[in-house]
Design a protein around this ligand. Structure first.
Ligand SMILES: [Zn+2]
Length: 131
């Protein structure tokens, strides 16, 4: 943690810490990839899934005032959507509550990257749990 600037970086915890906190939330830990999601991930490959994650984060989460904020992330239909709910990166309200990312400010490149890394770490765990 010492090499992290906790105050300035908004998605501030290390990934491990974030995943640990999330695992203690009954709601967040209720999300899992199902067989169809895992099949999709296997077929597309991690790089493509990461590209999708970037796309969703950039278009649906990064703007200062995203369209439909609070309802922009479906509960299913793409493994990344589930990861977003599981990781509390589904809307700006959840980002603010969990990671102290202020609403009404555009997410920086670094913040977007950290969110994507967190989502991908969660997906990797899910794939490991039941390949
Ligand atoms: Zn949310």
């Amino acid at each position: 943690m010492t090499c992290y600037d906790v105050q300035k970086d908004s998605v501030m915890q290390t990934r491990t810490e974030a995943l640990y906190r999330l695992s203690r939330s009954k709601f967040r830990s209720s999300f899992h990839l199902n067989e169809q999601d895992r099949k999709y991930v296997r077929e597309k490959g991690m790089d493509t899934i990461r590209a999708h994650a970037y796309d969703f984060v950039r278009t649906r989460l990064a703007p200062a005032w995203p369209d439909n904020d609070g309802k922009q992330t479906p509960m299913k239909g793409h493994p990344v959507f589930k990861a977003q709910h599981a990781c509390a990166c589904c809307c700006r309200g959840c980002l603010e509550k969990w990671y102290k990312v202020r609403k009404g400010t555009e997410l920086t490149e670094l913040q977007q990257e950290k969110i994507v890394n967190l989502l991908m770490a969660w997906i990797e765990e899910e794939m490991k749990a039941r390949p």
